[in-house]
Ligand binder design. Structure first.
Ligand SMILES: *Cc1c(COP(=O)(O)O)cnc(C)c1O
Length: 410
């Protein structure tokens, strides 16, 4: 036990001294963490509330239906399934619930920031779907005209928009008009921007015409790791999707997540506007500072970003990988990323993807973002020794250790 204790302790200490800019991560509040650890984590509950095989669930049924209703209300959805234990499983369930093998679908394409679950190599491929791509420009904005042509020509069963790299809103309203002509459904994968949507600082996909939202619950939305499906769909489709979630892709759904998920939603209702508003101010400040220091930042003509993400292009194959490795040495944690529109090998990415949501949650504002940009610049340009820069990163992070925008632990 000693070895593993030590390793976990080291991990915790290290990550608490890092500026974490991984765009798909976040931390739960102490109140959510407290909710997360309960007897529910030991229990089984296959099926839906009040229709179970297992016994011992009288409170679980109430908890689960309360949370389900809260999500429906908050997002204006007639359907919510809070059981998928990850965003990928939410996609499996939603995709398979509205399609059959060999159906055609359109997604963004990996180059344009889609998630592997939308692709041949992931869930969509394993479900036997034939995947083609919508059309994007190099700033990750959809080319609506070309995409519309493609939708009309391919007549897909559904299109899936939203992705792992997402800087700007997707043209849902416009796509809805086109998709209606060929009976294609719209699935909006909100994994990255779900917190921004919940807070009302980003587009509202359901209101704009998406049929279904799939998402993770732990990226900009600061809940426990898990997945979720929301929609405005008919009863038959709803039933079909529910049967894909269970018994299709998992049997139990990790019940202790559910109260923590509720806690996160309630925190978003109370503090989401401040939190998500600050995220966008922060990402724009970081992008601007990097740009002013001579880095190529995507989305220049449109203010760089309207989400938590910033994408930097180092304009040399493999440079993204090198940058991410180097920055890890100074305790700045982020991922390499391919740059759209260049047909480059995913193994030799030119860029990095930055996400500011976690540091925003720890209370950082525009001033700290500028400081982070300066530290990134110094490391990338070898202006100071890495050890020295690392000390400054640790110093900066040490002032931001308490989760903000949340209920106090009680
Ligand atoms: C992260 C992500 C997922 C997958 O979520 P998991 O919870 O990790 O399975 C799905 N879609 C998109 C767009 C994502 O970014």
């Amino acid at each position: 036990m000693q070895k593993i204790n030590e390793l976990v302790k080291k991990h915790n200490e290290w990550r608490n001294s890092c500026v974490n800019l991984i765009a798909s991560e976040n931390v739960m509040s102490p109140a959510c963490e407290k909710m997360y650890v309960s007897d529910l984590m030991h229990r089984y509950a296959e099926g839906t509330p009040f229709h179970r095989f297992y016994r011992g669930l009288k409170y679980v049924d109430e908890i689960e239906s309360l949370v389900q209703e809260e999500f429906k209300n908050h997002f204006g959805a007639n359907f919510a399934d809070i059981r998928p234990i990850s965003g990928t499983i939410a996609n499996y369930a939603a995709f398979s619930g509205i399609s059959e093998r060999q159906d055609k679908i359109l997604s963004l394409g990996i180059e344009n920031g889609s998630h592997v679950s939308h692709e041949k190599a992931g869930a969509a491929g394993f479900l036997g779907l034939e995947v083609d791509t919508l059309c994007y420009d190099n700033d990750l904005s959809m080319d609506l005209e070309k995409s519309a042509e493609k939708i009309l020509a391919v007549k897909p069963r559904f299109i899936v928009i939203g992705g792992s790299v997402i800087l700007f809103p997707q043209p849902v309203k416009e796509l809805k008009v086109v998709c209606d002509k060929v009976g294609a459904k719209i699935i909006y994968d909100a994994a990255h921007v779900f917190g921004l949507i919940a807070a009302g600082v980003f587009q509202d996909p359901l209101k704009e015409g998406a049929d279904i939202i799939t998402t993770s619950t732990h990226k900009t939305f600061p809940g426990p790791q898990g997945g979720l499906i929301l929609g405005n769909i008919d009863e038959f489709t709803a039933k079909t999707i529910q049967l894909r979630v269970f018994p299709g892709f998992s049997s139990n759904h990790h019940l202790h997540r559910i109260p923590a998920l509720y806690c996160a939603l309630k925190e978003m209702q109370a503090y989401g506007l401040d939190y998500a508003g600050q995220i966008v101010k922060n990402s724009q400040a970081l992008a601007r500072e990097l740009f002013d220091n001579g880095f190529k930042v995507l989305g220049e003509k449109k203010g760089f970003t309207q989400t938590h993400q910033v994408v930097v292009d180092f304009e040399r194959p493999g440079a993204g990988h090198e940058a991410a490795a180097k920055l890890e040495e100074v305790n700045i944690i982020l991922n390499k990323n391919i740059i759209p529109g260049l047909n480059q090998s995913p193994k030799m990415p030119r860029g990095i993807r930055i996400g500011v949501q976690e540091m925003t949650r720890f209370g950082m504002k525009e001033g700290e973002m500028k400081e982070i940009a300066r530290l990134i610049k110094e490391a990338m340009r070898d202006e100071r020794g890495l050890e020295e820069i690392k000390k400054d990163v640790i110093g900066l992070r040490s002032g931001f250790q308490i989760v903000r925008y949340c209920f106090n632990e009680e």
